[in-house]
Design a protein around this ligand. Structure first.
Ligand code: NAD
Ligand code: DAU
Length: 362
């Protein structure tokens, strides 16, 4: 079968990647979607069970740091577009093991850039889209605002100076610089987006929201770092992948787009809301499980506040979040409670056998 386009999505077995793969496979049946993933602890092919038999979907297990392997895949599938999400993504892990973050996030991105430059003799109709984070901009102050934002009038714009603090954000900032360098030096057609905190189904339960839903379900402690005063700007994952689809198709070459929910929450307020929703859906009196909240030692270098100004994306491409936080959070809690086998297999490690069951031993 001939495909109109051959799009390589890296990190497609992870949280955001699996939502993006599902959207692209179902929305564009004339595109071949090649999901390239190393299947680290964060990659789970069970996230894509519902679309794995589609004729326009291919999975390849590969490490983005393996330049020769990437070149083989790019030639083999005549790849003409890359949406790059594969990364080590958890800040706490980066504090314990910064080298793995530098290897995957920096060197892995560099090998993909090299492969794209080598394979695409003609850049016309090609696109390298790098998925990045708002954490590259550092942290904002908490101030008394005069405008609409609840925790301060300063927001991250596309012009905000890079000032990463964690090994994770330093590695993502470095990869962003390499992507821009390939645009400026070799003319590679690139686009970058920097998004705020995502939440939704299939997120690995080491991140705040799924970890806490699972702990409430099992009546385990909810470890809030510091006093829970840190602020994050939350976006439902399907709104993020809708933005990625739009930017991939309509974003301007060489540009950066910020993506955010315009939805700032202090961690402690978010945790209390999450407890109320989860209690209600579990049939427990609302708020009962607040006694599980445990204030623990703060994360080292913990960024105080993130908040995105997504005006450019809204004005240029007409994007905006589609769900209120209460709706998105309720949908999310419901999904985890309806899929306890997913949570149990991920927390027990059983999901790691799925690849062998599907594809045999490597
Ligand atoms: P995730 O940790 O859930 O998934 C990462 C995926 O990358 C996994 O499937 C993993 O197996 C794969 N991977 C890791 N190392 C690899 C390697 N060397 N080669 C090939 N595959 C590899 O991450 P996520 O939360 O879905 O984030 C995806 C991307 O979006 C990341 O680049 C992250 O920086 C960015 N981002 C995430 C958020 C968020 O809130 N989760 C927000 C903004 C940006
Ligand atoms: O802003 C975008 C970023 O959001 C992404 O680039 C990252 O990949 C993603 O992991 C996320 O980073 P955070 O560090 O903000 O997410 P996390 O879910 O780890 O933590 C959210 C907030 O909750 C943060 O202030 C730390 C706090 N926290 C987290 C955990 C896991 C707790 O208080 N307790 C916890 O157990």
């Amino acid at each position: 079968m001939d495909f109109r386009r051959n799009i390589l999505i890296t990190g497609g077995a992870g949280f955001i990647g699996s939502h993006l793969v599902r959207r692209m496979v179902t929305r564009y049946p004339d595109f071949r979607i090649i999901n390239l993933d190393k299947l680290t602890y964060a990659g789970n092919l069970a996230n894509l069970k519902d679309i794995e038999d589609r004729p326009n979907y291919v999975f390849v297990r590969e490490d983005i740091c393996d330049l020769e392997g990437i070149l083989r895949i790019m030639w083999g599938y005549a790849v003409d577009g890359i949406i790059h999400l594969a990364a080590e993504s958890h800040v706490d892990r980066s504090i314990r093991d910064p080298f793995t973050f530098a290897r995957t996030n920096v060197l892995g991105t560099l090998s993909l850039l090299q492969a794209a430059k080598a394979c695409w003799s003609d850049f016309s109709g090609k696109r390298f889209y790098h998925i990045s984070t708002d954490e590259v901009y550092g942290a904002l102050e908490l101030t008394s605002p005069e405008g609409d934002a609840p925790y301060g009038d300063t927001l991250f714009t596309e012009q905000t100076r890079y000032q990463p603090h964690s090994p994770y954000s330093a590695s993502k900032a470095s990869s962003d610089h390499f992507v821009r360098a390939f645009h400026d030096t070799y003319g590679l057609p690139v686009v970058i987006s920097n998004c705020s905190n995502n939440y939704g189904p299939y997120q690995f339960p080491e991140k705040l929201i799924p970890l806490f839903i699972n702990n409430i379900r099992l009546r385990k402690p909810l470890p809030v770092y510091g006093r829970g005063e840190n602020v994050r700007d939350w976006l439902f994952v399907e709104d993020h992948v809708r933005a990625i689809d739009l930017i991939f198709h309509e974003g301007r070459d060489g540009e950066t787009y910020n993506i955010g929910g315009c939805n700032e929450w202090k961690n402690i307020d978010l945790v209390r809301l999450l407890v109320r929703i989860t209690d209600r859906l579990l049939g427990r009196p609302e708020g009962t499980d607040e006694d599980l909240i445990a204030f623990v030692k703060d994360r080292a270098g913990h960024d105080l506040r993130y908040a995105i100004d997504a005006t450019k994306l809204r004005k240029e491409l007409g994007w905006g979040p589609s769900l209120s936080f209460e709706e998105g959070l309720e949908k999310t809690v419901r999904w985890y409670l309806d899929n306890p086998e997913w949570l149990d297999s991920v927390t027990s490690g059983d999901y790691r056998n799925y690849y062998e069951e599907m594809y045999g031993k490597r």
